[in-house]
Design a protein around this ligand. Sequence first.
Ligand code: FAD
Length: 454
Amino acid sequence: KASIVLYTSDLRLHDHPPLRAAVREAEEVVPLFVRDPGIKKVGFHAANRAAFLADCLGDLDAGLRERGGRLVVRAGDPAQVVRELVGSTGAERVHVAAGVSAYARNRADRLRAALEGTGAELVEHEAVITALPPGEVVPGSKDHFAVFTPYHRQWSAQHLREPLGAPRKLSVPSKVRSDGVPRREDVEGISPGLARGGEREGRAKLASWRRDGISRYEDLHDDLAGDGTSRLSPYLHFGALSAAECVHRARAAGGAGADAFVRQLCWRDFHHQVLAARPAAAHEDYRPRGDHWRTGSDAEHEAAAWREGRTGYPVVDAAMRQLAHEGWMHNRGRLLAASFLTKTLYLDWRLGAAHFLDLLVDGDLVNNQMNWQWVAGTGTDTRPGRVLNPLTQARKYDPEGDYVRHWVPELRGIEGRAVHEPWKRPREEREGYPEPLVDLAEGRDRFRRAREQG
Ligand code: FAD
């Protein structure tokens, strides 16, 4: 008897219900990853994620080999590849993690159709990608929660299954060929400071985070220069770490920092349940407001300056340059940069979301689009009219200006918080750095007027 485990965004051995089920029920297991050219077609391919993915697949293969198995990698349409493997191995079951995006649902439908008549069945597992299955925590009368606080309350009261260990041994049918695991070295155009992927790396990071970071999280999570967040997002994005296990481990650590960290993981589940109920929100306004986002040559010029980290507002530019360099950005930076684009410049959130998806190693259709919508005021923010002032925010979250000096070398000569207002300094102290792109008050008024008319 054989079973197939189709890996997607769940590239791990620990706490993996599909793998556990397959190892239990079958003598032979095919751990399969399909490189799907469809991902490129829908524009979701990005160099940073391709490199991190290669790390994750390499590590998964190594972990499987230690247990007597190996990873089977194939290129092609997942439905066709799976059908062919069912034919050649006689597999009776195909296990896959349930996803919420339209893409993942479509893949599951196509898999089911491809298996028809083969005698094999598709088993979709919930709560592999999220801590709790989307749809498990619902308000009485509706299909999803549109507001975070009540969702968080109900989510926190739910029972979470105990994390599963990794299988000790498994056997892969020897006749199944693999196209080989991709390598990071073969990916071009990666951000120079990109983190290394893989389950082992993720587990080591989680362990050191529990030991050294989590207790200070509540105080440090908004401090841009302090860099006091877990940086686990790419491991969660690729499923090299299980969200449920992260919640368990954090709860076991205990304390205010752990509570605050678990709350952020709940945001991740929250956005998943919104998108699961409203898949169109990946591209369309969740709460349409009748926006007429600015377009035309001025708008294009401003969007380009924003992408390049040359808006003349140092904290926004620092965040955008961190993104380019690391393929990752601090959450406070993401909030500021997104608010600047959508509210101060009044440009369409989709422009910003697309640029983030080009670079973010944790770039995720669910979390990226839903957070962009939250900031733009078209999503689930209960105060959609709020505009973050980059100067006030900079003084609060980068009080000494260290984050800005780190990422904006042109301003390194300016000491202390004065770095946030370079336009007040003599020209020689800000050589090569642009003047502010817009006046903040003007931007804010334009957004408010547009809202009133909309
Ligand atoms: P920590 O502060 O250590 O938080 C722990 C984990 O909680 C994160 O790894 C993440 O999985 C989850 N989390 C934290 N905040 C959020 C949030 N607001 N929404 C959903 N999950 C959250 N996160 C992504 O994973 N992928 C994205 O594509 C993404 N795009 C974003 C775009 C914008 C405009 C904004 C404002 C936020 C975005 N986020 C995204 C959410 C958040 O910024 C990142 O998850 C976080 O910065 C990752 O760093 P960390 O792992 O150190 O987070």
